[in-house]
Structure formats: structure tokens, C-alpha cells
Design a protein around this ligand. Structure first.
Ligand SMILES: [Zn+2]
Length: 191
């Protein structure tokens, strides 16, 4: 049976990535979770802002520097309010700065839980096309995502890719990370 439909799948992160670094209390390389709280220090007009992480074992803290010694007059007052109020969207924006976090830490555990919000757009073609989008990039691999969507193994995904059943637009490697607006087209009725 062919489903003959066009869908969008929005990839929605369900949690922020943990970071890995040495905990001074545990005296070992361990994971820290994002506390979802900022620390804002204002000394006259000079502001420091961090995002607080806690060790999963001992609750020891590590502060991710967001702004260091910035003149408060040069900052957007709306943004300062968001830091003061621990605005979730702002916290998640910084918690998903995976490249920056990797430079400051030993590693980032980006293997996080996610959900897919599906929306049916059209039903005119004789194939299924899925257009992907997301708000938070966590380096999800395309073959892993397709395996999750269709409930098949990654090796099956690669077989279907090699025989032209699954096509990507743009035509990038199945081992690449998901990019915004990537289109996955599945031909035929194998599922
Ligand atoms: Zn610790």
C-alpha cells in the first residue's frame, strides 16, 4: 500500500544535552545537567551572566559563561529580563550551543530524547516525502532519524538508500547530521 503523502516532521528536543567535565568534588570526569537557571552578577554597570550546570552525582556546579564583564548599557534590556527570569527559550538557546560547550568541556552528550511532530501537507504524489525542521540542533544523524521514523534498523536504511528507495534532497550522506529543510523521499510501497 502506498501512502502517497507529503509530510513535515518537526524534530522537538525533549531535554537539554548534558556536558562532561571534571567535577572538583567527585574528582572524576562526569556528567553535568543544565539547571535551567542563569546566574546574573551585576557590579555597578558591569554584568556577568552564566548558565548553571550541576554534577549528576554531587550537585556540584559548573557555570557556563554567557557574558563576561559587559557594560549593562550595551545590553538589550529585554534580554537582561530574560536572564533574570530564567526564560526557558533563552536557556535552551544557550544549552544547545554544542560546539561552544564542547570547547569548554570534555564532551557534550547530545544523545537526547526527542519527539517528532508530524503534519500532513499534501497527497498528490506517488511517494512519501518528509520535510524536516527543528528549533534545537543536537547533531542528530540522518540514518538514525530515518530508522526511528520507520522503525527499521540503520543497516536497512542504508540498503534502501543504496538501492534508491530512500532519497535525500539535498543529496547528502546518510551519515551526515540532519539539516533544516532536509527532504526525505521514500519511493514505492515497501512499508
Ligand atoms: Zn560531582
Amino acid at each position: 500500500m502506498s501512502l502517497n503523502n507529503l509530510f513535515t516532521y518537526e524534530i522537538i528536543a525533549q531535554e537539554t544535552p548534558n556536558i562532561k567535565r571534571n567535577c572538583s568534588k567527585c574528582k572524576t570526569n562526569t556528567e553535568f545537567y543544565c539547571s535551567e537557571k542563569f546566574r546574573v552578577n551585576a557590579n555597578q554597570k558591569i554584568v556577568d551572566i552564566w548558565l548553571i550546570y550541576n554534577c549528576i552525582h554531587c550537585e556540584g556546579t559548573w557555570n557556563y559563561p554567557i557574558f563576561s564583564r559587559v557594560n549593562i548599557n550595551k545590553m538589550d534590556s529585554m534580554l537582561i529580563q530574560k536572564f533574570m527570569n530564567n526564560d526557558k527559550e533563552t536557556i535552551w538557546y544557550y544549552a544547545f550551543q554544542i560546539k561552544k560547550l564542547r570547547k569548554l568541556c570534555n564532551d557534550v552528550n547530545a544523545d537526547i530524547r526527542y519527539e517528532l511532530r508530524k503534519e500532513k501537507l499534501d497527497s498528490r504524489s506517488n511517494e512519501v516525502t518528509i520535510i524536516l525542521c527543528y528549533k534545537h540542533d543536537f547533531g542528530l544523524r540522518i540514518d538514525k532519524l530515518i530508522a526511528d521514523i520507520f522503525g527499521i534498523s540503520r543497516s536497512k536504511v542504508n540498503t534502501l538508500s543504496q538501492n534508491g528507495t530512500i532519497l535525500l534532497n539535498p543529496n547528502i550522506s546518510m551519515k551526515s547530521k540532519v539539516i533544516d529543510n532536509l527532504q526525505i523521499t521514500v519511493k514505492g510501497d515497501w512499508f
